[in-house]
Design a binder for this molecule. Structure first.
Ligand SMILES: C[S@@+](CC[C@H](N)C(=O)[O-])C[C@H]1O[C@@H](n2cnc3c(N)ncnc32)[C@H](O)[C@@H]1O
Length: 265
């Protein structure tokens, strides 16, 4: 299972739910009890609580993440074997969980077992990420790195685009699927996170973390070394521009928001 840091989750979720209208189908049945599976530090749990006023439980396999977050009702557990009786929660949902699991069908089936009414999911299409940058080579190097990484994954990095099919196969009804684009910008004045992220590029931290996955996806060791060199050169240009306040970066990640109702509800 891929491990996440609280900093990564906080950083990548910034601005994701500035506009929450698109989440309204999740609350159509006025759920009193919601379960957020794969909650991590509870970034989505908080949004669910604020928008619904419901009793929201957070579950994750990683208790270190649950502890770091500020979620009051947190439970450690596995998404494929939720520690709840059947039909005891009004809405079971997740954000960026299915993109990280080997068998999303089994996870959604488990959501349906525990839910008494609705099931939801918010998942990205990581195959359609875009990067624009004032560092000319950043967009192309980032694309090469993403492609090599995605090829080595045993999970579906484009799961967002498959939610409709996944929910239909489970026999859910009243399925709604919407798409939103999460935009993240780096521009002056830079946050401490943005400065650290530029430095990490020079150190090739993220590339090194993903080496095994990239090799598993068919990238040769020599091509990995070339990519790593190009990544570091790109990182040095980023740091140079940061020092003169001239660095700007815009990244977009499409997210799909799906809600469905159990056939018998
Ligand atoms: C990308 S993070 C998303 C966290 C949070 N939902 C958010 O959007 O900020 C994926 C989370 O799913 C958890 N996870 C992955 N596989 C899991 C499983 N089989 N059962 C429970 N949690 C799992 C990870 O520990 C991690 O916290």
């Amino acid at each position: 299972m891929r491990r996440f840091t609280p900093e990564y989750l906080r950083d990548t979720r910034r601005g994701l739910w500035d506009d929450r209208e698109i989440l309204s189908p999740h609350f159509a049945g006025s759920p009193a009890r919601i379960l957020d599976v794969g909650a991590g530090t509870g970034e989505f749990t908080t949004v669910l609580r604020e928008e619904s006023g419901a009793d929201v439980l957070a579950l994750d396999a990683d208790k270190r993440l649950l502890r770091t977050g500020s979620v009051p009702n947190a439970v450690q557990g596995a998404a494929t074997r939720l520690p709840f009786l059947s039909g005891t929660v009004d809405l079971v949902t997740c954000q960026a969980l299915l993109v990280n699991v080997a068998d999303p069908t089994a996870v959604v089936a488990e959501f349906a077992r525990v839910s008494a009414d609705r099931v939801g999911a918010v998942e990205p299409d990581n195959g359609a990420v875009t990067v624009e940058s004032t560092v000319e080579r950043e967009s192309a190097v980032a694309r090469r790195a993403r492609r090599a990484y995605r090829r080595g994954l045993e999970t579906n990095s484009r799961i967002g685009t498959d939610l409709k099919q996944l929910f239909t196969e489970q026999g859910f009804r009243d399925i709604t699927v919407s798409r939103m684009v999460h935009e993240r910008r780096i521009e002056p004045p830079y946050t401490a996170n943005a400065i650290e992220s530029a430095r990490r590029k020079v150190r090739a931290t993220r590339i090194d973390d993903h080496r095994e996955t990239m090799l598993a996806g068919g990238l040769s060791a020599a091509d990995f070394d070339t990519l790593r060199d190009d990544w570091q050169a790109m990182g040095r240009s980023v740091v140079k521009q940061v020092k003169t306040d001239s660095y700007r970066r815009r990244e977009t990640v499409p997210f799909y928001i799906a809600t469905g109702r159990l056939a018998g509800a």
